[in-house]
Design a protein around this ligand. Structure first.
Ligand SMILES: [Zn+2]
Length: 249
């Protein structure tokens, strides 16, 4: 089982590490809080950030995001990655071509988000108890993953794509939207999007008015709100690119 690095191992690694400011990457070792199963994660930044109308960012870059949720294959629980136990972190700088024999925790699997199939199993088997928020996160991620099939790719000049709702899709949206707290701008925008995708345009527009009048959306949230309004007014349920930005380090 992978263990935190010793000082000697860290010393041997140091000569391969080149620091490059904001581009520095770090590698971390985590343990499952319930069963001590070990995983590692490399922090990485996407070169481009995209926001879609369902609240997903850079879904196309699966290695560049630290997932919100993870599924422990050993004890078969899903929970927030923020609750993993961090055992060790090393800054590997801009150079990740560390010699194989020195690469820390090389036999330890990488931290990955559950696949749709795993999420389905989780929803059937896991007892969420009073943690309604976690259950809603699972449903939201399932809905967003079902949307992936229709996700327009701005790199190919696509900015909108029609969505065909399956029964599973519709059921997730129906379960999800009543639980999203309207006092939080991001959650409220996701709720407005869920209502729009269900074709409940008037209800979605009412909620967008509340967000605009009673909260203070930041610049990106304001763009997102404008797009949702326009597509609601056009009675469209298309999945839309809200914006894409090149990230300048
Ligand atoms: Zn576990």
């Amino acid at each position: 089982m992978s263990e935190p690095l010793t000082e000697k191992q860290k010393e041997r690694l140091r000569k391969y590490i080149f620091m490059g400011g904001f581009m520095d990457k770090s590698l971390s070792l985590y343990a499952c809080r319930y069963c001590d199963y070990r995983v590692k994660a490399l922090s990485d930044m996407p070169l481009q950030d995209v926001l879609w109308s369902d609240g997903v960012t850079h879904e196309e870059y699966p290695y560049s995001i630290f997932p919100e949720l993870w599924y422990c294959p050993k004890c078969q629980r899903v929970y927030r990655t923020s609750k993993l136990t961090e055992l060790d972190t090393i800054v590997v700088g801009t150079n990740i071509n560390i010699p194989e024999e020195l690469m820390p925790w090389k036999d330890t699997p990488r931290l990955l988000e559950p696949q749709l199939q795993e999420y389905r199993k989780i929803l059937r088997n896991q007892d969420f108890g009073y943690d309604v928020d976690l259950e809603m996160m699972v449903r939201r991620r399932m809905w967003q993953k079902l949307n992936n099939k229709y996700r327009p790719n701005p790199d190919k000049g696509e900015f909108r794509h029609a969505v065909t709702l399956t029964n599973e899709h519709r059921e997730l949206l129906n379960d999800l939207h009543p639980w999203l707290y309207e006092g939080n701008v991001t959650k409220a925008l996701i709720k407005a999007e869920a209502l729009r995708q269900l074709g409940r345009f008037e209800l979605s527009l009412q909620l967008l008015d509340i967000i605009q009048n009673e909260h203070e959306p930041d610049r990106i949230e304001a763009d997102w709100l404008k797009v949702l309004k326009a597509y609601n007014n056009a009675r469209s349920t298309d999945l839309v690119v809200v914006g894409c930005w090149d990230i300048d380090y």
